[in-house]
Design a protein around this ligand. Structure first.
Ligand code: NDP
Ligand code: 13P
Length: 337
């Protein structure tokens, strides 16, 4: 049994806290909203993020970040990418001892182009963190809380740390694999959201399964191209954090990124879509990072670039698809792969 705190009480933080609580660990979940803490502790629900779900009685919420961090040895960071630095900056000043950090967010910071483990390493001094482990894979919170069979991967260069996290999360319906390739796991998890926005847009335009399959396959090709240049193992992209997560996010109605893309394809404006979603759509910010990464590493990322032009340069989605189809002919498998 471990003492574990989950920072962030959105849909994913709450679903993972349920998995951990059901595994018998001593779990705290931190929310920055007192009303949500009260709801979790008194009604055992989190209606905004996981309607129709009853939380286990041993899942305790706190609005005190200090209490959440002090009382646990393993800290699961489950806030959106854009909140990671500010949350770290709030808890680091009162940390007194080393902890194991697990992050479950899927994004890349625009401009700095840092992956999330790099953001955590920058914000948390090395003497206060034993290891940083990435948990990623095809796993919508909505299905995890129904205990539908789900598989994820935990990645860390230190296999003992990865195995400790594997042991903490593994259950009859939540199967956890280990991996050493942190870069591959983080790049696959972040960039699949960009491709999922594009897949949603293609569905919103009324195109069919051929177009969707093309986006998934060619999307994986450009994610892998970039990831390999950044130092990832190409085989990682055939795994759960690559192909697995890309499939689920491009095809599931649970996906926030797919749903936002679908509205884009139907002609809604980005601002109104984000307002309507009420939950984080990581792919929007990551599309900016992907655009910058493609330039920095000199990698062709045509689908990500097309999505960037739809999101930030007002290109109509149909025009972006037409332009993708009209590119110069080329070989399917490029030499780098
Ligand atoms: N949902 C899922 O199924 C999965 C999500 N993920 C990833 O997990 C991460 C979190 O996603 P998800 O749970 O869906 O997001 P949600 O939008 O459901 O929830 C985000 C949570 O973080 C809180 N939050 C936002 N900003 C801050 C801040 N500055 N300080 C403190 N808390 C903050 C929100 O609070 P408030 O309510 O006040 O906005 C909310 O509780 C994302 O990176 C996502 O890609 C990964 C796998 C599956
Ligand atoms: O990462 C996820 C599933 O593995 C969640 O994707 P969305 O944020 O698009 O819902």
């Amino acid at each position: 049994m471990e003492n574990i705190s989950v920072l962030g009480a959105g849909s994913w933080g709450t679903a993972l806290a349920i998995v951990l609580a059901e595994n018998g660990h001593r779990i705290r979940i931190w929310s920055h909203r007192q009303d949500q803490v009260d709801e979790i502790n008194t009604q055992h629900t989190n209606a905004k993020y996981l309607p129709n779900t009853t939380l286990p009685m041993n899942l305790v919420a706190t609005a005190s970040l200090q209490q959440a961090v002090d009382e646990s040895d393993m800290i699961v960071v489950a806030v959106p990418t854009k909140a990671i630095r500010s949350v770290c900056q709030q808890f680091v000043p009162f940390m007194r001892e080393e902890k194991l950090f697990v992050h479950v967010s899927k994004g890349i910071e625009p401009d700095s182009l840092k992956r999330i483990s790099e953001l955590l390493a920058e914000e948390i001094p090395s003497m206060l963190r034993s290891d940083i482990v990435v948990l990623s894979g095809p796993s919508h919170a909505e299905e995890v809380v129904l205990q539908h069979p789900t598989t994820v991967t935990v990645a860390c260069e230190n296999m003992r740390a990865a195995e400790r996290v594997q042991d903490a999360f593994m259950s009859s319906y939540f199967r956890v694999y280990t991996l050493e390739d942190v870069i591959g796991a983080e790049i696959g998890g972040a960039l699949k959201n960009v491709i999922a926005l594009a897949a949603g847009a293609v569905d919103g335009l009324g195109y069919g399964d051929n177009a969707k399959a093309a986006l998934i396959t060619r999307g994986l090709a450009e994610i892998s191209r970039l990831g390999v240049k950044m130092g990832a193992n190409p085989l990682t992209f055939a795994g759960l954090t690559g192909m697995g997560d890309l499939i689920v996010t491009c095809t599931s109605v649970h996906s926030r990124n797919w749903r936002a893309g679908n509205l884009l394809g139907k002609g809604y404006k980005l601002d109104e879509i984000l307002e309507q979603m009420g939950m984080v759509v990581e792919g929007v910010r990551t599309a900016k990072a992907a655009h910058q990464l493609a330039a920095k590493y000199d990698v062709a990322m045509p689908i990500s670039s097309a999505l960037y032009s739809v999101l930030f340069e007002a290109t109509p989605p149909k025009q972006a698809v037409d332009a993708l189809m009209a590119r110069m002919k080329k070989r399917e498998i490029d030499e780098m792969m």
